[in-house]
Write a protein that binds this ligand. Structure first.
Ligand code: 5GP
Length: 148
């Protein structure tokens, strides 16, 4: 069972942004920029090509909605939409997911530093202080409200 399936089963806490019968969205525990969200299908497969086509389309629709909600709720200007589609492409959780990574303008140095830090620490267990959890919860609430 992937760590994302464990999150969906309620075995690991997460800061939820969106849930429906086919997929979920929650805050990345180690964000590459403030407000980084993961969109994940309930079906546990590792790569995009293993997904049924209509589910792939649905995931992209939800990804686009999350991105719009980040812009509306957090004031971001644009976003990276990223899929590490297999282990050799730096996928660390073998359960397909879209990263939705907001950008705020004039944030090149901060974001690039965070991306390098993110990749360098991917294999370490994520650290979640109370203040980090509170920040993720607040961002999740703002995105969720903008989606509804
Ligand atoms: P990948 O490298 O597979 O494309 O990305 C996996 C992502 O999952 C990483 O960005 C990482 O921070 C995130 N992640 C790993 N474990 C957890 C977790 O327990 N909770 C949450 N919310 N995100 C996680």
């Amino acid at each position: 069972m992937s760590i994302f399936s464990q999150i969906m089963a309620g075995e690991i806490p997460a800061n939820w942004v969106y849930q429906d019968a086919l997929c979920v969205a929650f805050m990345d525990i180690n964000p590459m920029s403030p407000g980084h969200v993961l969109v994940v299908p309930r079906l546990e497969v590792a790569t995009l090509e293993e997904l049924p086509g209509d589910l792939r389309t649905h995931l992209l629709d939800i990804t686009v909605r999350v991105a719009a909600a980040q812009r509306q709720g957090l004031g971001s200007l644009a976003q990276h939409v990223l899929v590490n589609d297999g282990k050799a492409a730096s996928q660390t959780v073998p359960h397909v997911h879209f990263h939705v990574i907001p950008r705020y303008g004039r944030d090149q140095i901060a974001t690039m530093s965070r991306i390098i830090w993110h990749v360098a620490t991917l294999m370490l267990p994520p650290s979640v202080s109370a203040s980090k959890r509170a920040r993720l919860a607040s961002q999740a609430e703002q995105i969720k409200q903008a989606m509804s």
